[in-house]
Design a protein around this ligand. Structure first.
Ligand SMILES: *Cc1c(COP(=O)(O)O)cnc(C)c1O
Length: 428
């Protein structure tokens, strides 16, 4: 697999190099040179396959001979060794595609666990690798669990202090061992910017064997393509004809993966990019002007990102495929409406959480009569027990996964959003 740097087309790397580097020169994202497509006749055959075999097939089409089929198979089976996507009908023409039945109860388990397999494949020299990543809530847990106890890997996770749910925090800040967590006195965008600065510092990068596990990492994105195929395979044939998928967006990695699935030939009619009040992309699609505001804290906190990293990949894909950007659905939903939507969903008989509710709301408003809609359930409602209980006036049972971490002490360090401080921390 060859990839080029979106900020410097001359810089080309292969898949393993892209995984190792995270970002290219000038903090540019890597993007595939070839966009493989599955002929229409073969799509149905691929859809008929089971989730794991199909995922191996899709990833081998993308990655190519750099990783042998036998190894790839091993990595996919180890990474996706948890309950996969689950389709739950919500209304007569809308279902939720639940992606949150993994070890940390969010869709990020798919990408993070596949990435962990690739990193261990890369680390044959057994040198120390530092995985430095910023999280708006769920990446931290997925990455921490995927790399927990991995030999020669140190994980350092930055998160905005006080801006993630207490259960999200408990899931990754109580582990210890090779997992270090830092509560940064700032926003997610500031955490993300610290990570980018660290990557720009070549000396630091080499000294610490720095690697990122954010959704800028191509291995995470590729893994996520697989569940879009599975979602399609799981819905009845008559719902597949005019399928609209609404994606709750933060860094736009999930949407990028869905669009890549479409580019490979998966017959998805269209997507809706759903954001909360951090609406840089919806405003851009409306006005053509890219104008990020300061990050706003919302109840769908994992989407509190005003400078979404993966957006350049979305634009590149539209341009490469000659799709019109105005075919991408979009919208932003306030906390007030999100709260009302959660209540509406509860009345219909579906307990959701704020991120999925944002996507449902826009799908519900924009879906045409002859279309079928899927919205992605990106996290388990019990991860947001504190607010869900209050809004819905229920006592949502804490899933087993959350019970014990919620009783353990938080081991996080504290830091001002200052690069020199971070550098000192990483090298001492
Ligand atoms: C990370 C996350 C999102 C946003 O996904 P992106 O790929 O960053 O757009 C949405 N919902 C939840 C629950 C998340 O954890």
């Amino acid at each position: 697999m060859k990839l080029y740097n979106l900020k410097d087309y001359c810089e080309q790397v292969n898949f393993l190099q892209a995984v190792k580097m995270g970002l290219g020169k000038n903090q540019g994202l890597f993007f595939p040179v070839n966009l493989p497509t599955i002929p229409e006749k073969e799509i149905n055959k691929i859809i008929e396959m089971d989730f794991l075999s199909r995922s191996v097939k899709i990833l081998s089409m993308l990655i190519g001979p750099e990783i042998s089929i036998d190894n790839l198979k091993k990595y996919v089976y180890q990474a996706f060794s948890f309950p996969g996507p689950n389709i739950v009908p919500v209304t007569k023409n809308i279902s939720c595609c639940e992606l949150f039945h993994g070890p940390t109860l969010a869709f990020k388990d798919f990408g993070a666990r596949f990435m962990a397999q690739i990193i261990s494949h890369l680390n044959t020299k057994n040198s120390i690798i530092t995985i430095l990543t910023a999280t708006s809530g769920d990446t931290g847990a997925a990455v921490a669990h995927a790399f927990y106890n991995a030999p020669n890997v140190r994980v350092v996770i930055l998160y905005p202090k006080g801006k993630i749910s207490t259960l999200q925090e408990a899931l990754f800040c109580t582990l210890g061992k090779n997992i270090t967590t830092i509560a940064v006195d700032g926003s997610f965008d500031e955490c993300q910017s610290l990570v980018k600065q660290a990557f720009n510092d070549h000396q630091l990068r080499n000294q610490t064997g720095l690697n990122s596990a954010n959704s800028i990492n191509i291995s995470r994105l590729l893994a996520q393509i697989c569940y879009f195929f599975e979602a399609y395979a799981l819905i009845p044939k008559k719902q597949r004809k005019k399928l609209v998928i609404a994606v709750p967006c933060g860094n736009f990695g999930n949407l990028t993966a869905g669009l890549l699935a479409k580019s490979m030939g998966l017959p998805i009619q269209s997507f809706i990019a759903a954001t909360n009040a951090n609406d840089t992309v919806p405003r851009f699609l409306q006005s053509g002007k890219w104008k990020p505001y300061d990050c706003i804290s919302t109840i769908s906190n994992a989407m509190d990102i005003s400078r979404p990293n993966n957006w350049p990949r979305v634009e590149e894909l539209f341009s490469r495929k000659r799709w019109k950007l105005n075919t991408l659905g979009f919208g932003s939903v306030s906390d007030k409406v999100t709260t009302e939507t959660l209540l509406t969903l509860q009345n219909i008989g579906y307990i959701s959480e704020p991120h999925a509710a944002v996507a449902y709301q826009l799908l519900h408003n924009q879906l045409k009569e002859d279309e079928f809609g899927l919205f992605l359930g990106t996290a388990h409602p019990s991860k947001f027990k504190n607010i869900i209980d209050k809004i819905l006036n229920i006592n949502i049972p804490l899933s087993e996964t959350l019970k014990s971490p919620s009783k353990l002490p938080i081991l996080s360090h504290y830091m001002k959003p200052n690069f020199e401080k971070l550098k000192h921390f990483l090298t001492s």
